[in-house]
Write a protein that binds this ligand. Structure first.
Ligand SMILES: Cc1cc2nc3c(=O)[nH]c(=O)nc-3n(C[C@H](O)[C@H](O)[C@H](O)COP(=O)(O)OP(=O)(O)OC[C@H]3O[C@@H](n4cnc5c(N)ncnc54)[C@H](O)[C@@H]3O)c2cc1C
Length: 457
């Protein structure tokens, strides 16, 4: 016999957790289903542990810059504090008890099991081999997230390659590391471990690393990685992978080979949509992402949030969509989802903040585009900062409407600088009005003023 509840949330990533907790707090009967750890990828394998690694690596890099600015330091790196911090502070030894308790206290019934849709308004949950069924009065929220994608490269399957889920658990670093994929995750981890003395090679099939970002930002980060001693091979595919007692060898298109003790596969993510019963509610079972409307509805009585919606695989997008879905489920009046000003940060050093459209995306969208850039080292703050001051600010405007539609802030504190520009894109503040602002001297964000002046609008 199926039990009837108001809502079932399948997958408790950051967004699912928020939905379950908020709906229960509003008096609904909520079942939350999680097959691994409540909280999802971000706290256990993603944002938080990776940023702890980066914080530590940046401290090393900054210490090494002392020589240019303030004397001398003797920097001896040690991975142990990073491993301990990730284990004890970030993940509780990859244990979700605290998160489960928080949800339970809010009134959510948490099931550690695998959920799937079993027809309109019905969910089946496999808990240790026993299947429980639930009928829902209001609906089902899907927040099943992603897994690391492993490309079908000859020889790769069956080798002991790592993904982000392995790297965050390392107690000791290898002497050398090959990184397959020069996206945000690959670049962040490559730089972090290189700063601990690991010899790193990044191989990226696309013509440049950080492909979704502005080319100017890719250039800044590629140069920074190279300064950290990382070999960056972009625009070259991997034809085959070999592994033996000496480690990994990647054979690249064109005949070159690169070798390393360990291999990190950071070649994108695959949504966990197969096998969750999409066909039982008339949706495409092979879908790679789910179409949602502005209220996050993927179908009748089904909401989808997070990475599976394809609107930006970021924790803040998942949380934003969770709030939208909650409003809809509670029968509130908007505001509904708007993705014009999604911002994101690649936490390399220099950081790359970006919001909205790149120049190419804006042109492809048929916008009459005006762009301007300013180089961080040429600003007063960049010049004062000296070593470690590399970066570029780029603004992309709709020349007809006189508003920004996108921006990039690569540089020291680039991830913080983007906040100002995210406000501008989100609120469609006219460029003419932005130019009348006060920009504190000498800050990195004064470079935004320089770029705005050069826009010619
Ligand atoms: C290395 C790395 C670094 C990152 N850094 C950042 C960052 O700095 N900033 C940022 O914003 N984002 C970052 N991200 C992305 C971020 O982790 C995700 O966008 C975020 O976790 C939101 O994902 P989600 O809500 O879609 O679900 P997820 O976090 O993927 O959680 C989905 C949950 O659903 C569960 N699940 C799946 N199928 C089922 C099922 N059938 N039944 C029950 N449970 C199921 C999974 O076990 C999982 O716990 C990073 C990701 C990685 C890998």
């Amino acid at each position: 016999m199926a039990e009837t509840v108001d809502v079932v949330v399948i997958g408790l990533g950051p967004g699912g957790e928020h939905v379950a907790q908020t709906l229960a707090g509003n008096g609904l009967t909520v079942v939350g289903v999680e097959r691994h750890l409540v909280g999802g990828e971000c706290p256990y394998y993603g944002c938080i542990p990776s940023k702890m690694m980066i914080r530590a690596a940046d401290a090393l890099a900054e210490a090494r810059r002392v020589e240019r600015l303030a004397g001398r330091t003797d920097v001896v790196s040690d991975w142990t504090p990073v491993a301990v911090r990730i284990d004890e502070e970030a993940t509780d030894g990859w244990d979700d008890e605290v998160a489960v308790e928080r949800l339970a206290k809010a009134g959510v019934r948490v099931l550690h099991g695998t959920g799937r849709l079993a027809g309109p308004g019905r969910v089946a949950v496999d808990v240790d081999g026993t299947v429980e069924e639930y009928d829902v009065r209001r609906g089902v929220v899907l927040n099943v997230g992603t897994e690391p994608a492993v490309p079908p490269i000859d020889g790769l399957a069956g080798t002991p390659y790592w993904t982000n889920r392995d790297v965050v658990r390392l107690k000791r670093l290898p002497a050398s590391l090959l990184v397959l994929g020069g996206g945000a995750i690959g670049c962040e981890i490559a730089q972090a471990v290189a700063r601990f003395g690991v010899e790193v090679t990044v191989v990226e099939a696309g013509e440049r690393i950080l492909g979704p970002e502005e080319p100017e930002a890719s250039e800044v980060v590629a140069a920074a990685l190279e300064r950290d001693g990382i070999r960056v091979c972009a625009g070259v595919g991997v034809e085959s992978v070999a592994h033996d007692a000496n480690g990994f060898t990647l054979s690249l298109a064109g005949g070159d080979q690169v070798a390393g003790d360990a291999l990190l596969v950071a070649a994108g993510r695959r949504t966990n949509l197969s096998g969750i019963g999409l066909d039982t509610i008339g949706l495409d079972p092979d879908a790679r992402s789910l179409e949602t409307d502005e209220r996050m509805r993927a179908g009748e009585g089904v909401w989808a949030i997070g990475d599976i919606t394809g609107k930006g695989a970021f924790t803040h997008v998942s949380m934003y969509q969770a709030a939208v879905a909650v409003r809809d489920i509670l029968g509130e009046e908007g505001p509904w989802a708007d993705y014009r000003a999604v911002s994101r940060v690649t936490f390399t050093d220099p950081e790359v903040g970006s919001v909205g459209l790149t120049e190419k995306q804006a042109r492809d969208a048929g916008i009459r585009v005006a762009v301007a850039t300013s180089a961080v080292p040429e600003s007063s703050r960049g010049w004062i900062h000296s070593v470690g001051n590399e970066g570029v600010i780029k603004v992309v405007a709709d020349a007809d409407r006189g508003v920004l539609v996108g921006a990039t802030t690569a540089g020291p504190a680039g991830g913080e600088m983007i906040g100002l520009l995210a406000t501008a894109v989100h609120a469609e503040v006219p460029v003419a009005r932005l130019r009348t602002m006060h920009f504190a001297y000498p800050t990195f964000h004064r470079g935004i003023e320089t770029a705005l002046q050069d826009l010619g609008l």
